[in-house]
Design a protein around this ligand. Structure first.
Ligand code: URA
Length: 231
């Protein structure tokens, strides 16, 4: 693929801007400044340096964001900034969107992609990718509450019971809950259904993905090569 087309496909800018960046000597590969926007490159494993920063090529980007509290996942946020403001312009230009939503006050692992098929697969009820939540509860968690969450609870406006795939009491006020669905406010509603209340909520895992220790709240990284199994 031609260099200017590669840069354009990665959301770096319009075709004209991308060609201008090459002319200005802002794009390099392995220390060699690239000066021909029409030079062809194989894209597999390609890592360009754009304005001094490494930019790995991905046909479709999959991004892991360590979401801080105080950000909304909606594209049209009402009361707080959107999580999209935490991503650089090229990712926003590419149309990267959250895969499902975390509430404004929920922290932790949020995946985003521009791959509509992947969003559809991962948010479809048929897909049972486990998601792990660290739940800070207002009241001490009883054995009975743990048993109820595992057996299934009925949520308002939803007659089918929902159950936790796993539920572990980590300490008196801390539950680790694994869910395989993603219903609206599911954790908060399940905890309310057993007469407790969520004080803090953090998603620590999505499938086999976890937040690397060095990825601070508000930071993001590309996820290379992970695609979940088909539903
Ligand atoms: N369940 C909730 O209640 N809120 C979230 O943000 C995620 C899961």
């Amino acid at each position: 693929m031609k260099l200017s087309q590669i840069l354009f496909s990665q959301g770096i800018g319009t075709r004209r801007v991308c060609a201008g960046m090459v002319d200005a000597g802002l794009v390099s590969l392995d220390g060699r400044v690239l000066d021909d926007p029409n030079e062809d490159f194989a894209t597999a494993g390609l890592v360009l340096t754009v304005e001094g920063k490494p930019w790995p090529y991905f046909e479709k980007a999959l991004v892991l964001l360590n979401k801080p509290a105080g950000y909304e996942c909606s594209q049209k946020p009402k009361h707080h900034p959107s999580v999209m403001t935490l991503l650089p312009a090229p990712l926003r230009n590419r149309g990267v969107q959250p895969i499902g939503r975390l509430d404004e006050d929920t922290t932790g692992l949020l995946l985003l992609t521009e791959d509509g098929g992947l969003i559809h697969r991962l948010t479809s009820p048929k897909h049972h990718v486990p998601k792990v939540y660290e739940v800070g509860c207002k009241h001490p968690v009883s054995d009975e509450q743990v048993a109820q969450l595992l057996a299934g609870v009925v949520l308002e406006d939803d007659p089918a019971p929902v159950r936790a795939a796993a539920c572990e009491r980590v300490s008196e006020l801390h539950l680790r809950l694994t869910l395989t669905e993603g219903k609206y406010h599911q954790v908060k509603r399940m905890i309310a259904a057993v007469s407790n209340r969520v004080e803090t909520l953090h998603r620590s895992a999505f499938g086999h993905l976890q937040i690397p220790a060095e990825l601070a709240p508000g930071q993001w990284m590309f996820v290379d090569g992970w695609r979940p199994p088909a539903a």
